[in-house]
Design a protein around this ligand. Structure first.
Ligand SMILES: NC(=O)c1ccc[n+]([C@@H]2O[C@H](COP(=O)([O-])OP(=O)(O)OC[C@H]3O[C@@H](n4cnc5c(N)ncnc54)[C@H](O)[C@@H]3O)[C@@H](O)[C@H]2O)c1
Length: 401
């Protein structure tokens, strides 16, 4: 292209890797958009032809929104988008993508067998230097890598939804992933304006594991009728969170949250502290899945929240806001110390991950410091355990104090 405004043409660096995206759904299109924005050539594969067409439209819309934000001159928008979208190619042949791409990011549906089959195929056609990444939220990166003959080049790149908005990426090293591949994958996403954090290949990685108590402990308070849904949400919002736990579950989908909680709980060998709640199950059985069905823990009409929570049974006890916060936020601090002791991630990465990936106003270690250190948190949890033994502080937290 000639005679384009300076910022219409993607970075012409010849060494920019060609990015392959497998799976043209929500995550695949979001990740493709990021790669295109940064000037990469992108090859996208899906077995569903129409899905590839829909993804192209979604990406073009996303790029237009982005251009509207970053460009001062409205006349530059169309050329900016055109220069990027023309670098997107689609194929229904996985081998073709594997052959052409320098880095592949897989985002097909969450099935270990499917992902293993895809990685086996990619591995057989891709150059040995090609990075093979999976966007899995919950599967073991090592179990996917084991399907290949070069497991050292298989890595997790866990983007958050929506990928063009959420800046956190968990870079997950399987037991055989090479350090060089972790570094290259981190550099790639850093060049896309993302913030990579390093995680071990452990259940839920960093955010989905350490933030589990956010919803589980709120559900416990509700099970015990200690406070109303409204009071719990308000106490958490007042601590600087955008959404309370019940508002978040309604937004994510109670079914989706329950499946994630159950998966992580199972993988961690079913500790009582993270046991999913019968209250979630009851709502799922009733078809009240949250915003998407019009009712969950709150009720919605035309996408807007209306009236009080659904079926407020007997009058809740009215636990004070501070007490609510301690019972939800301190177990998150405890979970962070457990994960740190297990080698899931470094302290600084955990703090960044919870801030960027779960919109916490401060990270769990920052919170511990604010409260006077691990020993102060452990002392408070010991007090709370008088009512609920599953709140007892972990050995990891106690040892850190
Ligand atoms: N949605 C989220 O919030 C989120 C967040 C982080 C990670 N993830 C993970 O990202 C992955 C994709 O999730 P999603 O929400 O984008 O799913 P999605 O259902 O929107 O998209 C999945 C796509 O995979 C395609 N597909 C199915 N079988 C295929 C095959 N054999 N070969 C190629 N393509 C195939 C489907 O046609 C579909 O277009 C999952 O592993 C999920 O756990 C999802």
């Amino acid at each position: 292209m000639t005679d384009q405004p300076a910022d219409a043409t993607p970075d012409p660096r010849l060494d920019l890797p060609i990015v392959g995206i497998v799976g043209a759904g929500i995550m695949g299109s979001g990740i493709a958009q990021l790669a295109l924005e940064a000037g990469h050539e992108v090859v996208m594969h899906d077995v569903d032809g129409p899905a590839l067409g829909r993804a192209r439209d979604r990406i073009a819309d996303g790029l237009t929104r982005r251009a509207t934000k970053v460009l001062d001159d409205p006349a530059g928008i169309d050329p900016w988008v055109a220069a990027r979208i023309e670098r997107l190619r689609s194929t229904e042949i996985l081998e073709q993508l594997g052959d052409e791409a320098d880095a592949v990011i897989e985002a097909v549906l969450e099935s270990l067998e499917l992902k293993r089959t895809i990685f086996r195929t990619l591995d057989s056609v891709a150059d040995p230097d090609t990075i093979l990444a999976t966007n899995t939220s919950a599967l073991s990166v090592g179990a996917i890598a084991d399907a290949t003959s070069h497991p050292d080049r298989v890595v997790g790149l866990h983007f958050f939804n929506p990928a063009p908005v959420m800046t956190l990426v968990e870079v997950v090293a399987g037991r055989r992933t090479s350090e060089a591949v972790v570094m290259r994958a981190s550099e790639l996403v850093r060049n896309w304006g993302r913030t990579p954090v390093h995680s071990a290949d452990a259940p839920g990685f960093i955010v989905n594991r350490i933030n589990r108590p956010f919803t589980i402990r709120a559900l416990r308070l509700l099970e015990a009728n200690a406070a109303s849904i409204e009071a719990i949400d308000a106490a958490i919002r007042d601590a600087g969170f955008l959404l309370g736990p019940f508002e978040l579950m309604d937004l994510t989908g109670i079914d989706v949250t329950f499946a994630a909680s159950t998966g992580i709980w199972d993988s961690l060998r079913r500790p009582d502290r993270l046991r999913p709640s019968a209250l979630q199950q009851a709502r799922i059985e009733a078809g009240d899945l949250g915003r998407k069905t019009g009712a969950g823990f709150h009720r919605y009409e035309a996408g807007r929240r209306v009236e009080q929570p659904v079926d407020a049974a007997e009058e809740p006890r009215g636990l004070a806001a501070d007490a609510i916060r301690d019972r939800i936020l301190l177990p998150i601090v405890d979970e962070a110390y457990r994960a740190l002791a297990e080698g899931v991630a470094a302290e600084a990465d955990i703090d960044v991950a919870l801030r960027l990936g779960a919109a916490h106003p401060i990270g769990p270690f920052e919170r511990a410091r604010e409260l006077g250190g691990a020993s102060a948190v452990a002392a408070r949890l010991r007090e709370l355990a008088a009512d609920d033994p599953s709140l007892f502080p972990s050995d990891a937290l106690v040892a850190a104090g």
